[in-house]
Design a protein around this ligand. Structure first.
Ligand SMILES: *Cc1c(COP(=O)(O)O)cnc(C)c1O
Length: 374
């Protein structure tokens, strides 16, 4: 079986360093918001090129507390995409605001910036673009629309640490960038974790208070906050991994281009399209194939761990029934949901494995077509 992601291979590279660092934390007696979190926040701010970062419990909390810090809540609307992980829209729901789903670009899988303006109402407060699969959104257009209509922008960078748009890191365009350290992300911890990036001092201070029960000074509480602190063990592990992020992202890119070559002869497999002037970090390598469901099953029978990200678009999820968006309301999103398939992608993937995967995908596509023809 070739898995979609293999965390054990990475552990064999850095395991002894991680074990030393974790034991140091255990011996230190300081387990939450200590020196490792502080150092990680600084190192990530330097890496991203923003003034501040604040370590949190998860990427979901990063999105949720970014919205809170911008005073977005009940009665407000936030424009985002339905072609993403549920947490993007869930964060909007958590603060009591309403998600407004925007169409995607069929090539890049990201928010179709030309579809944003018609969704803006007097209640619209923010846009959350998602740099899906590690592919940067069209930030020039999104930022100019936001500026024109006086909207906030929160970038969902959960899948895109290190990705760049016109040479600038994603997460530095909007009021906030949000990262997730879920283990399978490009920079993944060994547990849950997340972080916000911002260059606005007041917004940074607000998130610092919100993550710790709504008060910057201990036992002084100004508003309802949450418990969303990053723990020292995760921060210590993430500091070790951060040193490798450029190398690991480069390896992902090399694998993506190798897949592209391996599929070049097969016109039925549509390989990912990069928008101009972007540096994509390939959190996922996502293709489009005919007879997708059948190809997917055939691949699993043959030991290829393909995955569907994501099998149901968010506007058609039960949780969003109250929005009354029927099937057909986001045709590009829905079509892509039916044809995409992500293939194994992680830095340690080997050439032989990629050859096996590509050969098997092409075989399964052919097989599904001959079955369909009968
Ligand atoms: C992973 C992910 C999140 C949520 O991050 P968690 O750390 O799992 O809470 C949000 N948005 C996207 C696009 C993600 O991939």
């Amino acid at each position: 079986m070739i898995p979609i992601f293999d965390s054990k291979r990475q552990y064999s590279q850095i395991g002894s360093e991680v074990e030393t660092a974790v034991c140091d934390v255990l011996r230190s007696g300081c387990y939450i918001l200590g020196p490792n979190t502080k150092a990680l926040e600084q190192e990530l701010a330097d890496f991203i090129g923003c003034k501040y970062t604040v370590g949190l419990n998860s990427g979901t909390d990063a999105l949720h507390l970014a919205l809170r810090a911008l005073d977005i809540g009940k009665g407000d609307e936030v424009i985002t995409v339905a072609f993403t992980f549920v947490a993007t829209a869930e964060a909007i729901g958590i603060v009591g605001a309403t998600p407004v789903f925007c169409e995607i670009n069929s090539d890049t899988f990201d928010m179709d910036a030309s579809s944003i303006e018609k969704l803006i109402t007097p209640r619209t407060k923010a846009i959350i673009p998602v740099h899906l699969y590690g592919q940067p959104c069209d930030m020039d257009t999104i930022m100019s629309i936001a500026k024109k209509h006086n909207l906030h922008v929160i970038e969902d960078c959960a899948q895109a640490i290190g990705a760049k748009y016109k040479g600038k890191m994603v997460g530095t365009f909007g009021d906030f960038g949000c990262l997730s350290f879920y283990p399978t992300k490009n920079l993944g911890g060994m547990g849950d974790g997340g972080l916000i990036m911002t260059s606005n001092e007041q917004l940074k201070d607000r998130v610092i208070a919100l993550r710790n029960h709504g008060g910057a000074v201990r036992y002084h509480h100004d508003e309802i906050g949450v418990n969303s602190r990053l723990d020292e063990i995760q921060a210590a592990i993430l500091r070790i991994k951060l040193k490798h992020i450029n190398e690991w992202n480069e390896q992902r890119r090399a694998h993506a281009y190798r897949y592209n070559e391996l599929f070049a002869s097969c016109s039925d497999v549509q390989t990912p399209v990069e928008a101009p002037d972007t540096y994509c970090v390939y959190h996922q390598y996502t293709i489009k194939v005919p007879n997708r469901d059948e190809v997917f099953d055939l691949l699993h029978e043959r030991g290829i761990g393909a995955m569907l990200y994501y099998p149901i678009p968010l506007h058609l999820q039960k949780v969003h029934e109250y929005l009354h968006m029927s099937k057909g309301s986001l045709p590009v999103t829905e079509h892509n949901t039916d044809v995409v398939m992500s293939l194994p992608m992680f830095p340690e993937l080997t050439d032989e494995e990629q050859q096996t995967i590509a050969k098997t995908v092409i075989e399964c596509v052919e097989l599904s077509k001959s079955k369909a023809a009968v």
